[in-house]
Design a protein around this ligand. Sequence first.
Ligand code: ATP
Length: 554
Amino acid sequence: MTQETGSRMDKIVALCRRRAFIFQSSEIYGGINGFWDYGPLGAELKRNLKNAWWKDIVQCPAAGPDGSWLDMVGLDSTIIMNRRVWEASGHATGFNDPMVDDRQTKQRFRADHLFGLYVDALPADPNASPDTSPGTPANAPALNTAFPILTMVASSAGEAAELLEASGRKWLKEAGLPMKLATCTPEAVTLDYRGTPLAAKLAPVPAAQLKSAPGSIPSPFTHRAGTLTEPRQFNLMFKTYVGAVQDEESMAYLRPETAQGIFANFRNIIDTSRVKVPFGIAQIGKAFRNEVTPRNFTFRSREFEQMEIEFFIHPDTAAEWYAWWRDSRFAWWQSIGLTSSNLQMRAHDRDELAHYAKDGAGTSDIEYRFPFTDPGFGELEGVAHRTDFDLRQHAEFSGLGEKLKYFDQLQNQRYFPHVIEPSAGADRGTLALLCEAYHDDPNRPSGVVMKFHPRMAPIKAAIFPLVDKDSMPEIATKLFTDLRRTWNVQLDIKQNIGKRYARMDEVGTPYCFTIDTQTLADQTVTVRHRDTLAQDRIGISQVRSFLSDKIGEI
Ligand code: ATP
């Protein structure tokens, strides 16, 4: 991440605060790490995202690969479920992040977020060795090319490079290393080692190295070796108690994903909803993960919302359905405005695949290049072929066995369907919409415009009487009263018109309608287009159909 993109994120965070998109949770008490509140406009934006998903997935899904409509139903299951669900799913024992502690500073971080600065090769000149050169501090550590000379906690190579660029000089000093930072990008780092250039690179510290020799790896906090523990597993599920007695028996988890509520209801739904394989169950809801290092605004939160689909298919059709869901989910994100090259699809390497996906058709992530991951990408949605892992587990743990199988009447066959799971984050989606929409524009009084896709824009249109007299407020109020039945529109009577336009640019309102003196004469209004700043006139009676054309009726 460059300095420029760093400040771009700062500006987005500031705008979110200033214009009531996102606030820190419990801010008046100093906040709580990893929790965020959506203000009035953020609540609208996130709701638009979730509503569009529900509409396009559950109520009006696209045609599938063979051209017929998808069979989709919705669900709203509970956050707290029987604990056995999480034993069956593997979360109770397996939903862990390996964590490392610094014994000296008491700080804790995720082992897979530790980046190291490795020197590629020592300079050829033996006199340049830190042990023999004149002026070398007596305690200067000998360089060992196998271990990082510095470490930092970052979730991407881009972030690591940015941290190194900002603080590397100070850290080298703290580590007692007689060298300076010369150049620094995620791909290549050069150090100045007493006048000799020394090539170095930033790379994740391998798990095996942290495990076998934690004492040889410098701490990312003190830059001295000897204080890190080896990685230890830390379960990410939040615990609570159900009922009056708080003991081991009454302990329950807050769900870490919505998917298991779907699997637990599979039998109920096939018994009651007339669905036939292939079909899908979709759900939007809160999920909770006690993330070790919540960071990057809402990207990694401890409470967040997921939009998940479990699509049940015959095992023989897995490859086809996997490819179809992967491509249609990618196209969906584009359809709501993530059209730039900041959106990408990435197939997982085999060694990244989750336990359930090893024998499946694969897993792909739909990723967005956020300012804080740049030049890297962060996951928005994962599309995974989960095989029949979950249904088999629930069949075994619930004791239902064969009864959890699907019965295909046409083929007289009983089997566990396979599952394609597109699992998206509503908060990461909202954050991507905010980042994509943000445009600096020095030619506007606001200096910034949020170019939301009209379907996502929190306010669809603003209605302004040019002045607060001559019956203009009354005409504006009448138009507002009509339009608000269909869309979230705003009536703003006060302030000069330039300020009112500026405010609407900052919150990304696609259209403003102004009632002016000409309206009184010919019943037309000025339409101001957010993106082009063009202004033209349409009849006041055409405003409703204009908005229907441009925005649709949701
Ligand atoms: P990551 O690797 O970034 O931790 P994940 O692979 O664990 O994510 P999944 O378990 O696949 O994520 O969850 C599905 C979706 O839920 C993700 O694509 C993401 O959009 C969202 N999500 C997961 N964890 C978080 C979180 N801590 N904060 C916000 N959204 C999250």
